[in-house]
Design a binder for this molecule. Structure first.
Ligand code: RB5
Length: 147
C-alpha cells in the first residue's frame, strides 16, 4: 500500500459500524477520506458505493471500506467499477483470502450481520495481508478486462 489514505463510506445500515472501523483506522495511523453517510437517515447505498469506487479510480486512496445493512448492495455497487475488487467478508478466513487470492482493494461489511469485534479483526487482516500473486495474478487480471 503506497497511499496511507483509506476511503470509507456507508449507508444508514452501516453507519454505526463505519464509525467503529474509522476509529480503528485512525488508531492504526491511516488518513481517512470519509464519504458519508453521516447519520442514520435513510439513503441509497449505490450512491455511496459509487462515490467510494470513484475515489479509488481517481487515485485518492488505494484501499477502501464499505458498510451497508448486509454488505451486499454496497459491494455490488462498488464492483461495477473495473478498478475495484470489493470483497464482502464475514470472518477472518474470508478477509485473509480476499487479499491472498483476490487482491481485494475494498472490504465490505454488513452492519446488521457482522458484529464489531469480528469486523475489526477482519479489517486488521485486510490491511496486513499481502496478495500471493502467481496463479492468482492471472485470474485477478481477467477480472479487470472488459467483458
Ligand atoms: C437498507 O435498508 C439495506 O437494504 C441496505 O443497507 C443493504 O443491506 C443493501 O444491500
Amino acid at each position: 500500500m503506497t497511499n496511507k489514505t483509506i476511503v470509507i463510506a456507508c449507508d444508514h445500515g452501516g453507519y454505526e459500524l463505519k464509525n467503529i472501523l474509522s476509529k480503528r483506522l485512525a488508531d492504526r495511523g491511516f488518513e481517512i477520506l470519509d464519504l458519508g453517510t453521516n447519520n442514520t437517515d435513510s439513503v441509497d447505498y449505490p450512491e455511496f458505493g459509487f462515490a467510494l469506487a470513484s475515489a479509488i479510480r481517481d487515485g485518492k486512496a488505494d484501499r477502501g471500506v464499505l458498510c451497508c445493512g448486509s454488505g451486499i448492495g454496497i459491494s455490488m455497487a462498488a464492483n461495477r467499477y473495473p478498478e475495484v475488487r470489493a470483497a464482502l467478508v464475514h470472518d477472518a478466513l474470508t478477509a485473509r483470502l480476499s487479499r491472498q487470492h483476490n487482491d481485494a482493494n475494498v472490504i465490505c461489511f454488513g452492519g446488521r450481520t457482522t458484529g464489531p469485534d469480528v469486523a475489526l479483526d477482519c479489517l486488521d487482516i485486510f490491511l496486513g495481508t499481502e496478495f500471493e500473486g502467481g496463479r492468482h495474478a492471472r485470474r485477478v487480471g481477467k477480472l479487470g478486462q472488459p467483458i
